[in-house]
Design a binder for this molecule. Sequence first.
Ligand code: GLA
Length: 389
Amino acid sequence: MSSVIHHLKVRFSELSTIEPLIIRAPGRINLIGEHTDYNDGFVLPAAVSHSIHFAVAKSGDPSKCSLISLDFDQRYDFDLSEISPLPVGSWQNYILGVASEIMGSGRKLEGFNLVFTGNIPKGSGMSSSAALECGACFGLSELFDLDIPKIEMAKLSQMAEHHYAGVKCGIMDQFASVMGKSDHAILLDCRSLDYSYFPIGLSDYRLLLFNSNVTHSLASSEYNVRREQCEAGVEVLRKTFPGIKNLRDATMNNLLPTKAMMDDLVFARCKYVIEENERVDTFSRALSNHDLRRAGYILNKAHYAMRHEYEITCPEIDFIADNVTQREEVLGARMMGGGFGGCVLTLIRNGTQLSLAEELNKTYEKKFRKSITPIEVEVSDGVSRVDPL
Ligand code: GLA
């Protein structure tokens, strides 16, 4: 038994003598397609081996529940009949939210005990919150034989994030955590939820994350503001092109003639989203054609657009991206995730990761008085049980 599972079980035994189910829910990377999901667009994420493990069992009571976060070293007791959100930023919200959404969907829950621990760096843009939601949702579905279909799990978890964590996120993170497949990215249409698995073949190259260690909190960031700006853009576009329901439907040929009617900031946001959707397409084609140079070039363009048009980067992130893209061993790099901190995803020649990280860290530490953490990611399967069925 892995030491993580052993540790979970030991702490779980403080709550109950019942043998718990053990669940693993992964974080995710996103190759490209940032802030396109809530615009009904396209994304290319993948689940990763960094994950959260859960021990969960019935409490034996109709409604009493206990949660323990090993990483925060905190316990929280609550009653299913009195669930409501705690202050924004509380880890409990993700699990309370999922329980509330499951019950809201007409399914019945009873009391449960749940203990969890994970190794997804919080606020790094690797979706520790989606892993928490999806693991809790999957665990409760297994525990109470609810048979919730996987895509519905992703949707319930997304709603938990909206209603309990206060972030009006898209579906990408939860979809990746639930539907991930080892060695594959998921090319997802966020409108229809049609998806296909896309093999990640990088030959001599690797994906490496540089964690800036600037932690973001999407709830207090400009995330929801970006969403509103996109909606404002659609409203203007619809006056001339009534068929446009969402930025996914618009092209630059639609946007340019409406420029004069639009706030400059809103125009820049819309341009970013329209072109980012196109980048998902050109990037996936470059990967299929094993044209990694072109893929890297598209990553660089995406970063430029996030920095100057969508304005979701920060000085630390731009410093990392600027520096790594000057290196001959790097084909491309861009900030990953919701923004305002987190990680830079880098397409780098295998074997050069450590030396680059060390060198970069020296200048980064001097300038920002904090260090960079390189994170090697392995693409993994989505949420599952890890105990014998
Ligand atoms: C966060 C959200 C996602 C997505 C990304 C940006 O991770 O949870 O839904 O919008 O930001 O691509």
